[in-house]
Design a protein around this ligand. Structure first.
Ligand SMILES: Nc1ncnc2c1ncn2[C@@H]1O[C@H](COP(=O)(O)OP(=O)(O)O)[C@@H](O)[C@H]1O
Ligand SMILES: CC(=O)N[C@@H](CCC(=O)OP(=O)(O)O)C(=O)O
Length: 260
């Protein structure tokens, strides 16, 4: 039987709040077994860009990343945010190791080709993006890898990559070695029937139901790329995908996705 691995992805809203981040990391420290964390930070990055006089530009949930933006998001995601998360995990007794995709050649991306839109220095992840051997060695030595949203192209170029996509790609790649559970954690209690009512969590969603909920506009905005990534992970052999509140990971309230 394969060993278990739990992959957690945490989004911008929680990371920007020191007290909430600490609470999440404490709860994460209590989760038994092999673990890996991917963090975003898009909200805080947009704030920082604005403070520096750069207007953030997002198209279909992806940031248009010119050279100046890349410099700033690299400092923010791979520097401040990643190191703060790692320090928080160390304080909670977890030996975490902060990584970008360039470190150990962990995740090699491809610069998004220019079609209708030029996204600039944004990375897409091919099927063989993940250095599974490196991650296997880190996980088996008892470390908890903590990834930020920065990857590289193998030729010296850093690339900004959506954190949900990183989590889903890691989950798919590592599903060959482990029985993987993928947890998307954010500030809502799960996928909601009414986005303004945290008590309207949909406990289970199949792929067919997802299409229906999307068509009805119940699932919208940032939730669409998240769930596209989530169902792609299930299709590729990830055992279980969960959408849940980052502050309630040890409680039963959550949305579980199923293939059929
Ligand atoms: N049905 C839904 N249930 C929950 N959230 C939804 C739903 N439809 C749209 N959303 C929106 O999607 C957001 C999550 O997407 P996003 O901001 O990209 O996630 P993250 O915070 O993980 O980066 C929620 O904060 C919410 O505003
Ligand atoms: C290319 C691209 O869009 N990159 C994202 C990476 C951060 C991220 O995904 O953060 P959240 O998970 O908090 O949204 C961005 O810069 O916003």
């Amino acid at each position: 039987m394969r060993e278990g691995l739990k992959i957690f992805k945490i989004g911008g809203g929680i990371i920007d709040d020191d007290a909430q981040l600490r609470q999440f990391l404490k709860a994460l420290a209590l989760v038994p077994g092999r673990k890996l964390l991917v963090h975003g930070g898009g909200k805080g990055a947009s704030q920082m860009l604005q403070n520096l006089g750069i207007e953030p530009q997002m198209v279909q949930g992806r940031r248009i990343t010119d050279a100046a933006t890349l410099d700033i998001v690299t400092m923010f995601y791979a520097g401040k945010t990643n190191k703060q998360v790692v320090a928080g995990l160390q304080a909670a007794g977890v030996n975490a190791l902060g990584l970008s995709g360039a470190d150990g050649n962990a995740i090699r991306a491809v610069k998004r080709p220019v079609k209708d839109i030029d996204y600039g220095f944004v990375g897409d992840l091919p099927a063989d993006a993940v250095n599974t051997q490196l991650l296997y060695r880190l996980l088996e030595s008892g470390l908890m890898p903590v990834f930020c949203a920065i990857t590289h192209d193998g030729a010296g170029q850093l690339l900004n990559t959506n954190a949900d996509t990183i989590a889903s790609t890691l989950a798919r790649a590592l599903a060959t070695q482990y029985e993987v559970e993928l947890h998307f954690c954010f500030e809502k209690n799960g996928v909601l029937r009414d986005v303004n009512d945290d008590n309207s969590v949909i406990p289970q969603i199949t792929a067919a139901e997802y299409e229906q909920l999307k068509a009805e506009g119940i699932i919208a905005a940032g939730m669409v790329p998240k769930l596209d990534n989530a169902f792609a992970a299930l299709d590729a052999g990830v055992e279980r995908v969960v959408i849940e509140n980052a502050l309630r990971i040890n409680e039963p309230v959550k949305t579980i996705l199923c293939q059929s």
